[in-house]
Design a protein around this ligand. Structure first.
Ligand SMILES: Cc1ncc(COP(=O)(O)O)c(C=O)c1O
Length: 382
């Protein structure tokens, strides 16, 4: 049976070049970067080379990159530790952020450490700059946390416009850039962004490694994880050397081919959306279809069926991996907080197809063929 992977917003396959480089590194280098002897110095050199590469690829200085265990930890560190260090008492965010952000803010609010304003997204998942400005006028000097691209529906924000508004009102700006890193050009020193997060497994690196970008000119931050002086005293624990080297390599590959990858992936998204419209004329797309938004993600609400739950299962049985919402919360039976907050139609199965540079047009053809095959019996048996 064919196996087609269309869930690249959940995670991506590791690039062969990344796997090979890391396999070699695992054989050749095992020192602890904190040791001062030769083996340690060798490991330290690899670590710092990776940091320099990441900084170069993201338009910033190596001293502003702090490696973490991934996006969730980086989001937690950005939010919790700026609030702890900088006397911040209010956060402006959105209910359609990843749970690494919403749950963290909710927990801090429950503990009485901050109050929060949740901006209301429209049907496309966009937020109005007027709403943001109104909230900033009431809460100058707060923390704003708004993701660059939504992981379920792909809608992006304008980092420049949001960041400039934040600066106007003396607010800090954190953006979860997990879904756009490696897919969009990000030059942190040229952007009004104070904190940004990365996770390597979203661009063909391994899981369990990411980083937090910190604009050290404006941000005072303390460690979330304590117990060692690693990462310039900001993230304790022996560094995930192989993961870090892999992240740098994966980001380099993603950045080198960014333009071609984008064209290729957006063509897949367009072909899939046109095919879906042909098969299901009254389907509704959730989020933006513009190339300037996250071109890797296509979220669709299909026509109503009483057996929506069966739909993904049937796709799976036919070898197609896609997602019914955010895979990050796949353990829970709750519907998607993103789709409900943007007012997506209820009672319709929503599917997120997400593509990578390794998908081919034949994958889309096969997925459309299977969708046509499984849909009829579902409706007829209803
Ligand atoms: C937007 C966004 N933020 C954060 C995360 C969490 O990243 P990680 O899996 O590295 O903890 C994800 C993962 O799906 C994500 O899509």
């Amino acid at each position: 049976m064919k196996k087609i992977y269309l869930d690249n917003a959940a995670t991506t396959p590791v690039a062969a070049e990344v796997a090979q480089e890391i396999a070699e590194l695992m054989q050749s280098c095992f020192g602890n970067p904190s040791s001062i002897h030769g083996h340690g110095r060798e490991a330290k050199a690899i670590l710092e080379k990776a940091r320099r590469k990441v900084a170069e690829l993201t338009g910033t200085q190596p001293s502003r990159i702090f490696f973490t265990s991934g996006g969730t930890e980086a989001d937690n560190m950005a939010i919790r530790q700026t609030i702890a260090q900088m006397g911040i008492s209010h956060v402006i965010s959105s209910p359609i952020e990843h749970h690494a952000v919403t749950h963290t803010i909710e927990e801090l609010a429950t503990e009485g450490k901050v109050s929060a304003t949740w901006l209301k997204p429209d049907r496309l998942g966009r937020h109005s700059l007027e709403d943001l400005e109104t909230a900033l006028q009431k809460n100058p000097g707060c923390l704003v946390s708004l993701m660059h691209a939504n992981n379920e529906i792909g809608t992006t924000i304008d980092l420049q416009a949001v960041g400039q508004l934040c600066r106007k009102y003396g607010a800090l700006f954190h953006s979860d850039t997990v879904q756009t890193m490696g897919h969009f050009e990000l030059n942190f020193d040229a952007l009004p962004v104070d904190l940004a997060t990365c996770s390597a497994h979203k661009f063909h690196g391994p899981k369990g490694i990411g980083f937090l970008y910190v604009n050290l000119d404006r941000v005072k931050i303390s460690p979330l994880i304590t117990g060692g002086a690693q990462e310039r005293n900001l993230r304790a624990g022996t560094e995930n050397l192989y993961g870090i080297a892999a992240l740098a390599k994966a980001l380099e590959l993603a950045t080198d081919g960014m333009h071609e990858h984008r064209q290729h992936i957006y063509a897949l998204k367009m072909k899939m959306s046109q095919g879906l419209k042909r098969l299901f004329p009254d389907c509704e797309f959730n989020g933006s279809m513009e190339e300037s938004d996250l071109f890797t993600v296509l979220n669709v609400s299909l026509p109503p069926t009483p057996d929506a739950e069966m739909f993904l299962m049937k796709l799976d049985i036919h070898g197609i991996s896609a997602s019914g919402g955010s895979a990050c919360s796949s353990g829970s039976q709750k519907g998607s907080h993103v789709l409900s907050n943007i007012g997506a139609p209820e009672g319709r199965p929503a599917i997120r197809f997400s593509f990578s540079r390794y998908n081919q047009i034949e994958d889309v053809d096969y997925a459309l063929e299977v969708l046509q095959k499984i849909w009829k019996p579902l409706v007829q048996n209803a």
